[in-house]
Design a protein around this ligand. Sequence first.
Ligand code: TIU
Length: 221
Amino acid sequence: MGKIAARPFDFQLEPDKTALIIIDMQRDFVEPGGFGETLGNDASRLQAIIPTVARLLDGFRRAGLPVIHTRECHRPDLSDCPPAKRNRGNPTLRIGDAGPMGRILVSGEKGAGIVPELAPIDGEIILDKPGKGAFYATPLGNILAEKAISQLVFAGVTTEVCVQTTMREANDRGFDCLLAEDATESYFPEFKKATIDMITAQGAIVGWAAATSLILEALHD
Ligand code: TIU
C-alpha cells in the first residue's frame, strides 16, 4: 500500500503525513504577457500542464489531504523585492511595472493570481513568497510542522527554478520530496530533464520523481 514506482527507486507514500505543494501556477508565468514572457520565454509549454496539475489537485482534495499553493509575488511597495532581483537580466518589464495583467509579480494584481483552473478552495493554504524557494521569508516550515507533515509531493513551475529550489530547501529540512514529473514544466525542456536527473541521482540525493497517475493510484489504494 502506498508504494509508488518512482525514480530512482520506490517511494513509500504515507498519506497521513503528506501534503501537496503546487508552486507558482500563476498567470504571470503560464499565460502570455506575464513575467515569464517579459524575461523572453514562451509560456505555452507551461500552460500545457494545467490539466495534469488539476488531476493531481483533485486527487489530493478527494483524499482530504493538505494542499499548499504558492505564489511568487511582492508587496505593492516592493519592500520585499531586492533591487538585484528587480534589475536582473534587463527584462522588458521589471517586477512592479504595469504589464498587460496588472503590475508584474505584485500581490493582488491579476497576473500574480493562480490560474482559474487551479484556483484554491476554502481550507487550502495560499503562501506568498518573495524568493524562488517557498521556505525563505515565509511561515511554510511552521505550517508543515503544525500539521506533522514529513512528505511533500511537488507540482508547478518552473522545474529548475522555484520547484527545484523549494525541493532542495525541503530536503535539507528533513522532508521526503516527490516530484510529479508530468505536473511540472520549464521554459527549457532540457533544464526540466536535467533537474529531474540531478534530484534523483545519487540515490535520491534531493528526492524522487514519478508520474501523476502513479501518485494518484497510491493515494487511493
Ligand atoms: N524564470 C523562471 O524560470 N522562474 C521564475 O522566475 N519563477 C518560478 O520558477 N516560479
